[in-house]
Design a protein. Structure first.
Length: 202
């Protein structure tokens, strides 16, 4: 197996970065970048900690984050599986990366920065969904903001409804759990999951 082990060898293969690829990077949200992010209902949050890396999906009804100002984003932590992998990482290493997807758009927004986990009562109280509030809010200080080349989303045909995979052709959550843990009651889990999720969405 031939592998690349030096920066010089890697650059020899890929060449120089285009002007557009570097010009689009800003240390704050431009008005256009703000519009893109405020339109996104989904973000993947990448964090790093002593145990390694984590990438967590976050979604919301409407904008997934709130733009506090041109350098700050607020991401409410709604109900999940209580593993809190992302939050555990952030309190030990503040470096984060976010990738926003916008249904129907081939452009992807990316943010690199540093984050803290806040439980300030007034901040928690400023977020409400179906009468509930998040238990914490991740505040992200932006260091880099830019949009990603659209080729990846275009190649994947991500928004092409004809490419959607039918649920019957995929393993259910219960089946995946049973494959990971022998003897797991997958049928009960799958039967009860929709009602449980509906009651604990926020």
């Amino acid at each position: 197996m031939t592998v690349i082990t030096t920066v010089e060898d890697l650059k020899a293969i890929y060449g120089d970065v285009s002007e557009a690829s570097t010009a689009k990077v800003t240390p704050f949200l431009t008005p256009a970048y703000r519009t893109m992010i405020e339109t996104s209902p989904f973000v993947a949050l990448a964090t790093v900690g002593p145990e390694g890396l984590d990438c967590s999906p976050r979604g919301d009804r409407g904008a997934v984050v709130r733009v506090e100002d041109e350098r700050t984003l607020a991401l409410p932590d709604w109900r999940g599986n209580n593993r809190v992998d992302s939050l555990l990482n952030i309190v030990r290493d503040p470096r984060v990366a976010l990738m926003f997807l916008i249904p129907g758009s081939n452009s992807v927004m990316r943010i690199n920065g540093r984050a803290v986990v806040s439980v300030a009562p007034d901040l928690l109280g400023s977020f409400e969904m179906d009468g509930r509030h998040p238990r914490s809010v991740v505040l992200v200080t932006i260091e880099e903001a830019y949009f990603q080349c659209a080729r990846a989303v275009m190649r994947a045909e991500l928004w092409n409804s004809e490419r959607q995979v039918a649920a019957k052709d995929l393993p259910t959550p219960g089946e995946m759990l049973k494959a990971a843990k022998a003897g797991f009651d997958n049928e009960t889990y799958d039967r009860e999951w929709p009602a449980r999720a509906a009651k604990t969405m926020w």
